[in-house]
Ligand binder design. Structure first.
Ligand code: HEM
Length: 373
């Protein structure tokens, strides 16, 4: 039904070549009625939004989001990010010595959730931020049935966002991403469904992936003590080791699992294969980024910040759908890691296998149990 490409070269081709489309009308199996109606992802791949359109339609949908998270705006968020990190670390500091705590639930996830909600203009007080977290996790759960996915993504998520928009209109809010999208809707540039679609992608993309990135970096450092010692030594010498740590974490354990289907609009030669017109192609990023052909030296299984080929990773995608939130994610992760390891020099993993989240889209663990001291 679908093919997967696992080298960096093949993935880059599939993600950038216009002969691969995100428009479901090019999917042969779908056009022939071969996709079972109870396939849980059907609702998502059939939807029209940022991640399922090409060309001018895609550019029109993407522009307002891209503007709202421009590098200039992201840099201006630095003090806010630092404040959230410090608050979360102060809360962690109250955990009694020797008591296990879940760094995913108490640090890595709330940080990007708070940041994306502030950017969107979701009020800090009240239940909405937590509701969006729960809806996001449900939307990314690949064990959910088709009805559950439809209810979450098609009904509950938009309903929650719509009532928030009504409230924000009534309050006269203006200067945030939600209201910028609403303004674009009022000016006829986006439809209501498109605003909802953009918001759902931004809410989910804006926190779950960044949380995974922070957790993978922490896990990488704590399972490679020599690497952590090197990072500390560089910091003590007045250098900033954290960008290298973040880039390698993005390569070593891609925070996203599969980039969803691209459909071949004609036969295309990829490596030694031909992807036939109408076939769907997945890009499984964790496999691509540990491909020994693409990342030969050192061993791609190793977490090795500073490796010479790290800039070749494609954890943020490539081509027209490349992640517009990359600079925000990098900034959050760098601030989080530096301050976490400064605050808890004795941080250690609880040696217990942790379960991955059951998701085709997200590559993360359900928890990150640690001892802080
Ligand atoms: C470590 C953190 C992140 C990772 C690894 C990541 C990864 C990705 C990837 C791989 C794509 C491309 C999907 C594709 O080509 O099929 C993407 C798209 C997107 N991401 Fe991110 N992302 C991260 C953080 C963020 C943040 C912080 C935001 C928002 C503030 C965000 C918003 C989006 C949006 C809106 C898209 C859709 C872009 C489009 O289709 O044109 N992401 N992300």
């Amino acid at each position: 039904m679908a093919k997967a490409v696992t080298t960096r070269e093949a993935s880059t081709l599939v993600l950038t070549d216009p002969r691969f489309s995100k428009d479901i009308k090019h999917w042969g199996a779908h056009a022939r009625g071969e996709i079972p109606p109870d396939w849980p992802l059907l609702f998502i791949v059939e939807g029209k939004g940022l991640l399922t359109t090409d060309g001018d339609t895609h550019r029109r949908l993407r522009l307002p989001v891209q503007r709202a998270i421009s590098p200039r705006r992201v840099q201006a968020l630095r003090p806010d990010i630092e404040a959230v990190v410090d608050r979360l670390l102060a809360e962690l500091a109250t955990v009694p010595a020797g008591e296990e705590t879940d760094l995913h639930a108490r640090f890595a996830l709330p940080l990007p959730l708070e940041v994306i909600c502030s950017l969107l203009g979701v009020p800090e007080d009240g239940p909405l931020r937590e509701e969006l977290r729960v809806l996001s996790a449900a939307a990314m759960n690949s064990e959910a049935g088709v009805e559950e996915v439809q209810n979450t993504v098609g009904r509950d998520f938009p309903a929650t966002l719509m009532s928030l928009i009504e409230q924000k209109r009534a309050d006269g809010d203006r200067d945030d991403l939600i209201m910028e999208l609403v303004a674009a809707m009022d000016e006829g540039q986006l439809t209501e469904a498109e605003v909802m679609g953009n918001l759902v992608v931004t809410v989910i993309g804006g926190h779950e992936t960044t949380a995974n990135l922070i957790c993978h970096a922490v896990r990488g450092l704590l399972t490679h003590p020599g690497t952590l010692a090197d990072a500390r030594a560089r910091q003590d010498a007045g250098e900033n080791p954290w960008p290298d740590v973040v880039e390698e974490a993005l390569r070593w354990e891609s925070p996203s699992r599969n980039l969803m289907f691209r459909y071949a609009t004609e036969d295309v030669a990829v490596d030694d294969e031909v992807i036939r017109e109408g076939e769907a192609v997945l890009v499984p990023l964790p496999a691509v980024q540990r491909c020994p052909r693409s990342f030969p030296d050192p061993d791609p299984e190793l977490f090795a910040p500073g490796r010479p080929d790290v800039s070749r990773h494609i954890a943020f995608g490539v081509g027209p759908h490349r992640c517009p939130g990359a600079s925000l994610a990098r900034l959050e992760a760098e601030i989080a890691l530096r301050r976490l390891f400064d605050a808890f020099p004795g941080l250690g993993l609880v040696p217990r296998p942790a379960a991955r989240v059951p998701s085709l889209g997200m590559n993360g663990y359900q928890e990150l149990p640690v001892l802080l001291n």
